[in-house]
Design a protein around this ligand. Sequence first.
Ligand code: NDP
Length: 497
Amino acid sequence: MTELTLIPGLGTALPAPRRNRHFIDGGLVDSASGEVTDRLSPAHGVLVSHSAAGGAAEAEAAIRAARRAFDDGRWSRLSGKARATVLLKVADLIETLESGKPITQSRGEVAGAADLWRYAAALARTVEGDSHNGLGPEILAVVLKEPIGVVSIITPWNFPFWILSQKLPFALAAGCTCVVKPSEMTPSTTAMLADLLVEAGLPAGVVNIVLGLGQPVGAALTAHDDVDMISFTGSTAVGKLISRSASDTLKKVALELGGKNPQVIFPDADLDSAADAVTFGVHFNVGQCCNSGSRIIVHEDIAEDFVARVVALSRRVVFGDPLDPATQVGAIVTPEHNARIHAHVQAARAAGARVLLGGAVLQIAGLGPQFYQPTVIAGVTPDMAIARAEVFGPVLVVLTFRTLDEAIALTNDSDYGLSAGVWSEDVHTCLTFARAAQAGTVWTNTWMDGFPEVTFGGVKQSGQGREIGRYGLEEFLEVKSLVMRLGRTRAPWVKTP
Ligand code: NDP
């Protein structure tokens, strides 16, 4: 497709494949089975890592190490100041680390992740409960916040280091110990973190990393009696499996799942900014993003012109070799996922929708076949699968509305509720929309701006619980009430003569 903006393969020699091992009880270990998985770079088709493939034995050893480390208090009983000192040191060390995916975004992801560790370090010194001094002269009560215990952290492949950093430093700030399982497709940055944790002085066993597949490793981490909480990011389907598995032991579960996130555009909006943000929202990370702005709901009066702008901008987004700093959009994670994206688009065509741009696998000179064209689909009705399913690719669907009420109804006509956006210069329109939208985050006149201070999470089938911000710390804290009687003032229950 010649009218797209493409950067061919640079032919850069990639470094020798990295060797990743589990990190259990402070040491790096291979799998008892000796099994290893290989990972090819999605853009170049070249081997980039060999990773130990864990099983039940490694999951068990890691959970035991985390349990011991929690129960003996080597971390959970440290002061907030001592925990903060270690987390800040990790942040310093992260800033020296670089990973190898789309190069400008990887650098941004790593820098942003360091900031999450710094923010969590500050929160470590704010683990505070409540005091009840108004219960009468004989009673003083306090509500204590305590670390919840051993936390299993299971992460996906789309922002491996960022998503880990939305969870792990907050769990550590609370005083928890952890077992982490990264996606089997992107384990390297999580594995690299082990070295930084050791260097920063984190006691052995406080963080354990088990590499391997969801089955058996992830499943073991969700079912084990010695795990107190699971924090998961990934698909809604696996989130439901985890919730079921956790119910046997009634563990706490925090889930950050998918979305079909709408941006609503009113005629009075700054349409240049809106069109740019819509283009960014859908193509960022090739749409492989829980926050992907994959649906737009545009006022009928401006729909044709606005969509034409988005199509024109989408043609200018730079797709290509992730190692070129000018590249904005890289490869799709696996061939299977690329085929899934294409199947969604084909089904939309078959249902009568109009593909205005893209709609096919993208071939880029000198690179592997795992790219997908920026795609814009109009003529979509709310009942079509393409309007409802999370495609997780660079595929934008266009719906239209006439009134604010209709826009709100279309926004909320979804199983998901992660994020939503509204574009209008009228504050009444923006705030009415923001209050009515069923979503964990609402953006007005912007998209995907995020800050460590501002909490994040979804409603409906986009998840439960919250990450980052103060609520991100609360998630890993248990509440204990302590009621104290002053003096011997309690009247006896048993009457004695
Ligand atoms: P999954 O939900 O399958 O995987 C996420 C993590 O869970 C991975 O570490 C995976 O391990 C692990 N896992 C898989 N099965 C289990 C299980 N039974 N018990 C415990 N852990 C398990 O996401 P995918 O990576 O396969 O992506 C599929 C789809 O999920 C995407 O197309 C997208 O729609 C959605 N997704 C949403 C994300 C979000 O940010 N909300 C992020 C990523 C995906 P492993 O893969 O190593 O086997």
